[in-house]
Design a protein. Structure first.
Lengths: 660, 254, 235
């Protein structure tokens, strides 16, 4: 292979790599820091924490976000918690165990050294957040409380009610605000990065659109960090916020940054099902519901038909006619199997016609048994807010008793269905979180590094903050160390002019299509294609068809898009069109990766590659690598696959088993 | 379950081209909207129709649509975020709460502190500036001691959590006849004042944040309680009392 | 000075002056009730609070307090109007928890001021001022009882005073807890307690005023104790 990928993993045993790295990396002296500018795009957990930490160190930081305030970033919506190997519960947790669980949960497709570092810094994150005034839940004795989460045998998840992401983000936001006040971070809100500027092979700045005035503006810096989140909204319906997009990431990809493992998309099993074609997004119901809720569909097809027709309701189906399929298939883990397994099992039942709502795409999550066992008060104490939320959205109260038959109480079951939630894939980065373009870094969900093929619950927050507070601020110095000798690059440089012109042309092209279809209508179609052919169960034929359909949709987009309003000023539809332009490219990239990965692992399930029981079948012999995709100059040409082989020294690669 | 469908109702929405424009209402009759459509999805449908007619869509802020990001900010039928039994944001409002033949009036947050950018999208950067003035603990990355080194009574941690639930949407300012930002400011001051980590700078913080709030032109609180009545996260004026206490204490100590 | 140039400081001024005025009202109300029982006792109090230096000094202090309260009310309202901006909502739906009084303190305050002018004209000008300036009337300046009887013999005056008292009551029901809230002496539990105490306090104080007005308007002749003997008006 012509291109060799250097992941820059430091020497030494896995447990010493990070210490070794820090001991030998280059640092920037305090005076030189004042001369160096860093652009950070995004203000989520990763972006805000990185901007705050870099500013505090002395760098001049320019921080961008598309919303009206850094505090709106979608990290805020994370509910469950954040993992750390504190072992406060004395249940035998350790850095190694967190590392091991994360690698195993990721179906052995993550880079060992990165994951170990993540586990290693996890404890500092908790210390940092507590010092910032994050009100984590506490015991009566005043110490921090923990809860357990999927994929682990210990209680290591720290939480702040069901709003952990919000509290962690507000912590990072407050640290960021302190640096803005100190003059070390300059904040640009309602700005969207549209392209990265490369000068002499190094990332030297960005072109950003001021979303209020509509003008393109140039910003130069010594390094560019993107922290712009995942690409889940490619599927139109997801648990992502409406504004989440992959435009910044795609612009880096188009400029030559490799995109790694795009096919690893996490589908969360407990979301409120789609209720109609007018729906704009999906709402996640916390995974914790699976602790006391039992998932089922009817045993008899005629019952399912009646449910779909609306002539029957869930509570009317007696116990003996219910199929608790997770308990049936996975007796050891039951309803608590990992997300990817639970999602696929739901899809399998619905594909067989056992779906329980009018679309046939929903399964039941039933609390009857636990309410009868523990009482409604206990259940409400645990899940009251979720029950309320569910009722708010669906008008059905899961705590309402409907019948008692043979001593068995029947309550309204909840309806749930899997939905796109998180993307493990992302911009390829080396150990230093630097992309394949020097000076361009990617952190948080935006990069691919730590979760392998599947992310465990409460690990996303951990990774975002680890990257932003504790990893990037070090590793970026190794790059910046020799940058201070160069004068500041003027935004008048021809490279800036060139990229700005290209960006303007791209926008003009979109404005000038003047077709008939709205952005959303095309996006919805893209979502349908992706969900159908590049979703939970993938096949060679399906993926090929998906690619073909996306190509057709691309043509439709290029010729029949309609953007109302003007180029100047605030134009929401124009911004959405730019996002969609990139989502279409992204969708195809997911399909390419999924097609090339002839195995099933984690969030990627190829129906050709499953065991007789329908479980994912990995192929470690042929696919034990990170799939990196290199752009070939235009969207029409298929990207080139470059493989970064994985090397495991500390962990023995095994088959995941959740049955016994 | 037979889901309610709203056969016909009128949406009266505010159009305004920038902060200087006088602005006006426009109306559109919506047909056959299922009750399980969220309010913002109803507006998505409205916008689709406008775009089909070749018109510019109605602009409003929204993002997570889960009630947590604080972006959505519509003043619906005289109440910020619309009227619900439980605290909820605009995005958590469902059409089944409305009736056939209703006229739903949608306005932006109207307060001098929140100038209109376009239609119902307003500029809330003033809130960021207030936080920047002091809504944090000064702590270096990587410097803190072990998270369990300082014990915090559960009650204090829980109360701090309640104060920290504020999503910074600005409904409190929108509802206040004085355009006061006290509920917002006091929630942050309270959260940090309740925790030992935040106590160190409590006096400095209270003074700095109030000074910034005043400088930005927010009004004086006259305890009408309109803010807590509309707060989607149920913040209470007990926070405002605490802010007053912290501020007066700080000033008397000077 | 933080009391003048911070929003909370200005509110502290309103609170402290307001609380002092409530205290004054309480004393005034207690004093009035005496008139129901004994004209002599009442007039003794009037004499005590006549044109003595301490009474004049206290009156001046009271006037200053009043002036500060009023001036700040206007300053705050002006600032709040500005903060609120010129754009009015087309529709506003007042939440249940929001009390009418809390949103109309200035209007109530203006009514209270108008009532005050009437009151100063009816009593203070004829009593303390008459004494200081040496103005002569049919009723002696020290005969407070006589002035009460004279004033409320006119039913229009009695009615105006009752309206005034109701306005003050509304003003106090909000003002009381609001002042303590502003001073930071409130919280989840104390808010409800202060509110309750405030309602009871303002009702009792205002009832004391109202009873005197009603009693003198309805049955002036049985009040004040005939021949120095204390005879309650209901007997």
């Amino acid at each position: 292979m012509a291109i060799n990928i250097d992941s820059k993993i430091p020497e030494g045993p896995v447990a010493e790599k990070w210490s070794n790295y820090k001991a030998h990396q280059r640092l920037v002296n305090p005076k030189n820091k004042l001369k160096l500018d860093v652009i950070v795009v995004g203000t989520g957990l990763a972006g805000a924490s990185a901007a705050a930490s870099l500013g505090e160190m002395g760098f001049n930081v320019l921080n961008f976000c598309i919303q009206d305030s850094p505090r709106r970033a979608h990290s805020i919506a994370a509910q469950g918690g954040i993992n750390a190997a504190k072992n406060y519960q004395n249940d035998g947790d350790s850095v190694y165990r967190l590392f091991y669980d994360t690698v195993k949960g990721g179906d052995y497709r993550a880079r060992e050294a990165n994951v170990y570092r993540l586990a290693e810094v996890s404890n500092s994150i908790i210390d940092q957040c507590v010092a910032q005034g994050v009100p984590f839940a506490r015991e009566y004795g005043g110490t921090l409380a923990n809860r357990s989460f999927g994929g682990a045998q210990v209680s290591r998840t720290f939480y702040a009610k069901g709003q952990t992401g919000q509290q962690l983000l507000l912590g990072a936001y407050s640290a960021l605000s302190a640096q803005v006040n100190a003059g070390k971070v300059k904040l640009y809100t309602r700005y969207e990065m549209l392209d990265v500027v490369i000068i002499d092979g190094k990332a030297r700045g960005i072109i950003a659109k001021n979303l209020v005035t509509g003008k393109l503006e140039r910003f130069s810096a010594n390094a560019v960090v993107i922290a712009t989140g995942g690409y889940g909204n490619t599927y139109f319906l997801s648990t992502n916020a409406m504004g989440c997009n992959c435009t910044a990431a795609m612009s880096c990809y188009r400029k030559g940054a490799y995109f790694a493992n795009p096919c690893y998309v996490q589908i969360h099993p407990t979301c409120i099902p789609v209720h109609g074609d007018k729906q704009s997004k999906l709402t996640l119901m916390s995974e914790s519901l699976r602790n006391d809720g039992r998932i089922w569909v009817p045993k008899k097809l005629e019952d399912a038909k009646a449910l779909q027709a609306g002539t029957k309701e869930g509570w009317e189906i007696p116990e003996e006619d219910r199929d608790y399929y997770l308990e049936r298939r996975y007796p050891a883990f039951g309803n608590l199997v990992p997300r990817d397994v639970a999602s696929r099992a739901a899809k399998e039942r619905c594909d067989k016609g056992f779906g329980v709502n009018n679309t046939g795409l929903a399964v039941y999550l039933d609390f009857s048994e636990s309410i009868q066992r523990l009482g409604i008060d206990v259940i409400r104490q645990r899940y009251g807010n979720l029950f309320d939320m569910y009722e708010e959205i669906t008008d059905v109260n899961p705590g309402e008793k409907r019948a008692t038959v043979n001593g068995m109480d029947y309550y309204n079951p909840m309806m749930i269905f899997p939905a796109i939630h998180y993307t493990m894939g992302g911009i390829w980065v080396d150990y230093e979180l630097q992309t394949s373009i020097p000076g361009l870094f990617a952190i948080g969900e935006c990069n691919f590094s730590d979760h392998g093929a599947n992310r465990l619950g409460a690990s996303a927050l951990m990774q975002g903050l680890a990257d932003g507070y504790f990893v990037l601020p070090y590793t970026i110095q190794n790059y910046l160390a020799d940058q201070s000798i160069w004068p500041r690059i003027s935004t008048d440089a021809p490279e800036f002019a060139e990229v700005e012109k290209a960006t303007e042309e791209r926008i003009q092209k979109l404005m000038n299509i003047k077709g008939k279809r709205s952005v959303d209508s095309i996006h919805k179609e893209l979502g349908h294609i992706c969900w159908e052919y590049i979703g939970m169960g993938r096949t060679k034929e399906g993926l090929e068809k998906g690619i073909k359909l996306i190509d057709e949709l691309r043509k439709e987009f290029d010729t029949n898009l309609f953007i109302p309003g003007n180029r100047e000023g605030l134009n929401v539809e124009l911004d959405k069109a730019i996002h969609l332009d990139d989502f279409i490219t992204m969708g195809k990239l997911i399909a390419y990766d999924a097609l090339s990965r002839e195995e099933s692992c984690g969030g990627h399930f190829r129906e050709e590659h499953q065991t007789e029981e329908g479980e994912a079948k990995r192929d470690d012999k042929n696919f034990f690598y990170v799939g990196c995709w290199k752009y070939q100059g235009n969207d029409a040409t298929a990207p080139e696959l470059i493989k970064e082989p994985l090397e495991y020294e500390a962990i023995k690669v095994q088959t995941r088993n959740y049955k016994n | 379950m037979a889901e309610k469908v709203l056969k016909s109702f009128t949406v009266k929405y505010w159009k305004q081209n920038g902060p200087k424009d006088a602005g006006h209402f426009e109306e559109k009759v919506m047909k056959d909207i299922p009750g399980d459509t969220s309010f913002l999805e109803m507006l998505d449908i409205l916008n689709e129709q406008l775009i089909e007619e070749g018109k510019e869509p109605f602009v409003f802020d929204h993002d997570c649509r889960e009630g947590i990001c604080g972006m959505c900010s519509l003043y619906i039928n005289g109440t910020p975020h619309g009227k619900t039994e439980r605290g909820a944001t605009t995005c958590q409002l469902y059409m089944r709460k409305f009736n056939e033949g209703d006229t739903i009036t949608i306005e932006p947050w109207r307060s001098a502190g929140f100038p209109v950018i376009k239609d119902c999208m307003v500029d809330r950067t003033a809130f960021d500036k207030i936080i920047q003035a002091g809504g944090y603990t000064t702590v270096r990355t990587g410097a803190p001691q072990d998270a369990n080194a300082i014990l915090i009574p559960k009650e204090d941690a829980d109360e701090a959590m309640d104060c920290a639930s504020c999503i910074g949407c600005g409904a409190c300012v929108a509802a206040c006849k004085n355009g006061s930002a006290m509920l917002f400011v006091s929630s942050k001051v309270s959260q940090l004042a309740l925790l030992p980590q935040g106590r160190v700078e409590a006096a400095r913080r209270a003074k700095a944040m109030v000074a910034k709030m005043d400088e930005l032109g927010f009004g004086n609180c006259t305890n009408t309680r309109a803010c807590e009545a509309v707060c989607p996260k149920c913040e209470t004026i007990a926070n405002i009392a605490r802010l007053n206490r912290e501020f007066i204490k700080a000033k008397l100590a000077d | 000075m933080w009391l003048c140039n911070s929003s909370i400081g200005r509110k502290v001024i309103m609170s402290v002056s307001g609380l002092a005025l409530i205290l004054f009202l309480t004393f005034h109300g207690c004093m009035n009730v005496v008139a129901l029982f004994s004209a002599e006792a009442y007039n003794q109090i009037c004499e005590l609070l006549g044109s003595n230096w301490y009474a004049i000094a206290a009156t001046c202090a009271l006037a200053a307090l009043m002036a500060i309260h009023i001036i700040y009310a206007f300053i705050l309202t002006f600032q709040n109007r500005k903060a609120r901006g010129n754009n009015k909502y087309a529709i506003t739906d007042k939440p249940k928890a929001v009390e009418w009084a809390s949103q109309n303190m200035l209007v109530l305050g203006i009514i209270v001021c108008l009532g005050l002018i009437l009151h100063l004209h009816d009593f203070w000008a004829n009593m303390m001022w008459a004494e200081i300036a040496g103005v002569e009337h049919d009723i002696a300046p020290t005969d407070g009882f006589g002035w009460i009887k004279y004033t409320f013999s006119n039913p229009i005056f009695a009615a105006l005073y009752l309206v005034w008292i109701v306005a003050i009551w509304f003003h106090l029901t909000h003002g009381f807890w609001s002042a303590l809230q502003t001073l930071g002496m409130s919280g989840h539990t104390w808010f409800l307690r202060w509110k309750c105490i405030g309602y009871i306090w303002s009702t009792v104080v205002m009832a004391m005023f109202a009873i005197v007005v009603i009693a003198f308007a309805v049955c002036p002749d049985i009040l004040g104790g005939a021949g120095g003997k204390v005879v309650p008006f209901w007997m």
